[in-house]
Design a protein around this ligand. Structure first.
Ligand code: ARG
Length: 588
């Protein structure tokens, strides 16, 4: 199913071609003056420049040839040579009728589906998730859903950070603190669960920050942690036993947090899963002459001709013999090629890791593990505090995801009560609604911006039921749901769509624009196009609702048509929100 803008673009392009002009000039966009037209084409201006002719003259020729096209109610020339196009009610009605029956609500699947891995979330063992991980999770989840919706085969992978230096740090810190834990570390790998009973999430949360801070000041401690990392990776049985325990405790806690956020990974692979692939990869890199010795370490040089600044080499094996962050990333590319054979891997990670990905991707291309087009870093800005720096708690620490969700839910409850919403819900249903409002607030606040932009954390604004917020959208969706329930109670049956009123036209044109929003989000890996569409749709419905009574429409044909428009709007709105990872409650 093609959207009206695309269909018009084709018709206008054909006219340009018929006039001996270039096809690309026939591009059609949404009108700058909705009072005058639905769409416009500015191609006559460019054509005039090329042909050294008068733009109005060309526009007039184009308009004359378009007159009578069944898609159009009117075509006019305006200003310097703009062609203004108004869609006919018939074409609009046909399009919305088809869209209402389409399981994809008017959005088209891609012509050639691909196999895509979205690498996102990126949580680490023991390190608390911070706002960077929040953004990675929210954006990555949405991109995964958009890609799947467009017909690709998609895997979301958490790429769990479970194999780097922080593991050595934790092993040394645990051994220093508790003789039982030291016994496990120095043991033969058989596990006595009693010895590790106290090594729970709270213990990890306490140990890691202390160890990380100590490693910054104490070189002896840092060296021991580095050695421990190398010994762990070398397979020391006691270290492996302890490491496995750390990873399990962390993973269980992280899964709970991700669940609460509505983030679901298809694969929960870790950096450690790439470890078995490293020896053969290192041999291969050596054989290809890519690995060079540098002060006791093994590196790959990744500079390319024409680079504006010198990119440091990729560190593959440290002087202690450890695999590094880039090593596991490179080996993961090898593993994914073996297991999923993706056409494209999207790394949804903070843009401050940009250099890291350039290094890894270039090394992968040099080694023949991937092509430049097959790997893409989807960077994003930070969520900041009012000081303009990445958001911290009042005490100055990293904000844990768990606490953030808690804070947002508290606020959502307050907001619901303030607005007099949810009063007739049972306490459980009220809690569920508050949770949905909180998640919608956090996710929409994030996804409404282009991902590259940083934004300021402002829970008051995010949770408001007014303005461009997640809660506003949920409120609009719930309002339609309640209208549909009332219609069902009155025995009203949805029927054929007729479009007449300006507010109906505007709603229909907005429904039509879903395809464009989805395809732009897909192309640019940018969910904000879908977020923007959801907001526009909610607004268009709101206007329609005010101007076009549904239940009290003047005759049954109109009632049935407006009911179908309402149902279709709700479906598309919920679909758009679903692509953003946002669930709507039934009532509030
Ligand atoms: N664990 C990393 C971090 O916390 C993010 C991982 C991103 N994905 C990747 N393939 N490197 O910074």
């Amino acid at each position: 199913m093609s959207d009206l803008k695309a269909a018009l673009g084709q018709a206008v392009s054909a006219v340009f071609v018929a006039l001996g002009l270039d096809e690309s000039l026939g591009k059609v966009g949404v009108s700058d003056r909705p009072d005058l037209a639905d769409f416009q084409c500015n191609g006559a201006l460019a054509a005039a420049k090329l042909a050294r002719r008068n733009p109005r003259e060309i526009a007039t020729e184009v308009a004359a040839k378009l007159a009578g096209d069944p898609l159009l109610a009117s075509v006019d020339v305006a200003g310097a040579g703009f062609v203004n196009l108004r869609i006919s009610d018939q074409a609009l009605t046909d399009r919305v009728r088809a869209l209402a029956l389409d399981p994809h609500l008017g959005a088209e699947a891609v012509a050639t589906p691909r196999r895509v891995i979205v690498d996102y979330g990126g949580p680490n063992v023991a390190k608390p998730m911070h706002v960077g991980h929040l953004r990675a999770s929210i954006i990555g989840e949405s991109i995964k859903r958009i890609y799947r919706f467009c017909g690709d085969t998609v895997w979301g992978d958490a790429h769990f950070g479970d194999w780097g230096f922080q593991m050595g740090l934790l092993i040394v810190a645990a051994g220093d603190e508790n003789p039982d834990w030291l016994a496990v570390a120095e043991g033969d790998g058989t596990l006595d669960p009693a010895l590790l009973a106290d090594l729970d999430l709270a213990a990890l949360d306490r140990l890691y920050p202390i160890a990380a801070a100590k490693a910054k000041e104490d070189t002896e401690f840092r060296d021991r942690a580095r050695k421990a990392t190398a010994l762990l990776q070398g397979g020391k049985p006691g270290y492996l036993a302890l490491w496995r325990h750390f990873a399990e405790v962390s993973r269980a806690a992280l899964k709970r947090e991700f669940d609460a956020l509505g983030i679901h990974f298809d694969l929960w692979m870790g950096e450690s899963d790439a470890d078995p692939l490293i020896p053969a990869m290192v041999e291969d890199l050596k054989a290809k002459g890519l690995l060079v010795e540098d002060q006791g370490a093994q590196i790959i040089r990744v500079v390319r001709e024409g680079d504006k600044r010198e990119l440091p080499p990729l560190l593959v094996i440290s002087s202690e013999g450890s695999a590094m962050y880039g090593t596991t990333d490179l080996a993961t590319i090898v593993g994914r090629r073996r297991d999923q054979d993706p056409d494209l891997v999207l790394y949804c990670v903070d843009q401050r890791q940009g250099d890291h990905f350039v290094q890894v991707f270039r090394a992968a291309v040099l080694a023949g593990y991937a092509t430049d087009e097959g790997l893409e870093h989807i960077g994003f800005g930070t969520m900041n505090g009012t000081d303009g720096k990445p958001f911290k708690t009042r005490a100055g620490g990293v904000l844990k995801l768990h606490d953030l969700i808690q804070m947002a839910t508290d606020k959502a409850r307050e907001r619901l009560r303030e607005a007099g919403l949810g009063a007739e819900l049972t306490p459980e249903a009220f809690e569920q609604t508050a949770h949905k409002v909180a998640i919608a607030a956090l996710k929409f606040a994030d996804l409404q911006n282009f991902r590259g932009t940083s934004y300021v954390f402002d829970l008051d604004r995010f949770t408001s039921f007014e303005g461009k917020t997640g809660p506003y959208l949920l409120y609009q969706a719930v309002r339609v749901k309640s209208l549909l329930r009332r219609a069902a109670d009155e025995g009203l049956v949805a029927g054929d769509i007729v479009i007449g009123e300006p507010a109906e036209r505007e709603l229909a044109l907005t429904l039509d624009a879903f395809q464009q929003a989805v395809s732009e989000a897909y192309e640019k890996k940018a969910p904000h196009f879908v977020a923007e569409h959801a907001y526009r749709l909610a607004q268009a419905y709101s206007k329609f609702y005010a101007a076009c009574p549904v239940l009290s429409a003047k005759d049954s044909v109109l009632k049935a048509s407006r009911l179908t428009l309402s149902q279709t709007t709700l479906k598309q709105l919920e679909q758009a929100l679903e692509l953003l990872g946002i669930e709507t409650p039934e009532r509030m």
